[in-house]
Design a protein around this ligand. Sequence first.
Ligand SMILES: *[C@@H]1O[C@H](CO)[C@@H](O)[C@H](O)[C@H]1NC(C)=O
Ligand SMILES: *[C@@H]1O[C@H](CO)[C@@H](O)[C@H](O)[C@H]1NC(C)=O
Ligand SMILES: *[C@@H]1O[C@H](CO)[C@@H](O)[C@H](O)[C@H]1NC(C)=O
Length: 682
Amino acid sequence: MMRSSFLLLLLCHSSSSMLLGWVESPGYPSGYPPHATLNWSRCAPEGHILSLKLIHLDLEDSHDCENDALKVYSGEDQISILCGTVEFEELESTVNPLLISPSGGCLKLLFQTDYSNPKRYHGFRGFYTIHDFDECEDDLSNKCTQFCHNFVGGYRCSCHHGYQLAEDKHICNVSCSKDLSGMSRGEISSPSWPDSYPENANCLFTLSVEPHRQLVLRFSAVFDVQQGPDSQCKDALRIVTQTKTLGPFCGNKPPPSPISTHSNQVQIYFTSDETGENKGFRLHFETIEKVCQSGVIANSKMTPHKQEYKSGETVTVICDVGYVVNSKGALALSTQFETTCQTTGSWFPSYSCEIVDCGLPQIESNSILELVDVPAQKTQYNAEVQFMCSSEYYKLKGHDTYTCNATGQWVSPGDKADMPKCIEVCGVTSNSISSSGRILGGARASLGQIPWQLLIKSPRRGGASLINDQWAVTAAHVVDGVDESMIKIFGELVDGQESDRTDVLTCERIIIHPGYEQGISSNTRTNYDNDIALIRFKTRVNLGPNICPICLPDVNRVMLEDEQGTVSGWGGTDRYRASRFLLYAHISVYSLDTCRSTPVLPKVGTMIFTKNMLCAGADGKDSCGGDSGGPFILPMLSPAGGPYHLAGIVSWGAPCKDGANKGYYTKVQNYIEWIKNTIKGT
Ligand SMILES: *[C@@H]1O[C@H](CO)[C@@H](O)[C@H](O)[C@H]1NC(C)=O
Ligand SMILES: *[C@@H]1O[C@H](CO)[C@@H](O)[C@H](O)[C@H]1NC(C)=O
Ligand SMILES: *[C@@H]1O[C@H](CO)[C@@H](O)[C@H](O)[C@H]1NC(C)=O
């Protein structure tokens, strides 16, 4: 029985095998000795495999074959470990089919026995053959895309009718690509037209004509390219011109014809997948002169307007509103240019229309005016920016929102390009009135109660009023003949002795009203007309609760008789020639008649009253020497009052001790224009 099977086996293999032989354990069949070893290996050539058929296995049996064992390796992997006694039938059915080397690889046997055997065992015997490996049976072992043919030691591929085996000898390609360069008219159709096109087609039709001509494509009415249920193209037609790609096209409707490609080079790609039966497409191509198109320059219009222009035609390209010509290097912003259609179908010269960019608005460095955060790049046409003042002692004058206009300027509503300004908040106080001490009928001011009040300590003691963040106003006679560098002027204080501090306001210029008669001593002066002067500081005063400006009066404001106001200063009191603390007093505006009856000053003479003066006082209250140049404000200072304006500047009067209680003030209202023009002019 065993012998006949073996003969059969031998006959079966002798036809196709190239090598064969026996392998057996030492001492077979009479029995293997203790400590026996067999280390055997055979390899198959390329495209072949080696297989082993055990016909007899009789070894000592043990758990995991740890005593005696036959181990089989395919390449480096152990594929079997055998011991005990196994019948031939079982060897054939379960063991032998596994004993195969990889294609072109080796099979190894390692037989080892231990020191003793309880009885005698025959050992093993097997028959090995080297024979051809059928790559076509194994999809991983061959790369044929269509047919596979096995032969001894290898395989080869072949293709269906209509396909060609590609150069790699494995892939089947449809021979459908055509180079039609130089042809100015002709037909293109899917492979096998009018029959169904083959699967896995990948065709490229190349068209190329002279540069001044363009290709025109016309599809036949019959069009059938496989489309999926979701309208996606399973098979597809694509047309690639010099500037764009048309398609993919599929389904039963041909692409709208004719197609003017505006291109002298066109590639038509056609691909099919591995499924479907569809007829395909057919098209006719020819050439015409190239034309130029409108709409190729973004953000512009062409005049005269047409769909197409012939070579030699000239048009004007007008950029859309908010766009300008980018003619590389040209400085002037232009919104239009002329261009001519070339034989090649393109425009020359060809510039682009680019969006206007206003850039960030120009603001002086360390200015109170600031921009509310501008997002990066948000400075183009129609973008908006917002302004604000960085200090609460200023308010924005003008609009806070500006827009980038079409000519690159930031404008407020109404197209005004003037930037907004931060104007000092004037005439308001943050402190309330307290009451203690006296000047001539006066009370002591607290810090911040009269924040515009400045003290001129030398060379001539007097007062002044801050009217904006860089200018103060005083009486001309206080600064008459005084050099700018000599003047010591302080703000932000009520205690005059505190004025030796370092933060003196640095005076840059003194401007005395041109109508004031300069150089006359107060001992002989009878005319104080135009007793007003402006002081400009070198740097902007840092405004705060204890130093901020007083408003100037409205030119048209009517001052009423008996109207109550407040005068303030460090001038003489009833006890001293000068006060240590800032004092203020509420006084009333007197009638013109009262003012006209001017005092006669001893050794000086009759004083002159002019329309540029006002006079005021109250029972036991007046301004005195040393108050000169300081403010007389309206309305009267009160806890919840304001805004206040500077009605008068302390100018002259009879000596306080005389008890006339009538002081004369420069009427500020008459000097608004002079003040504004002087400030603007410096
Ligand atoms: C079997 O023989 C090979 C080659 O002679 C050797 O490299 C290998 O170590 C041997 N294996 C054993 C288990 O002796
Ligand atoms: C065959 O077609 C494939 C795509 O299907 C392509 O990648 C390959 O280059 C083609 N081979 C030849 C020789 O044309
Ligand atoms: C943009 O603003 C400036 C300044 O107001 C103005 O001169 C110009 O005409 C404006 N541009 C447009 C297109 O309105």
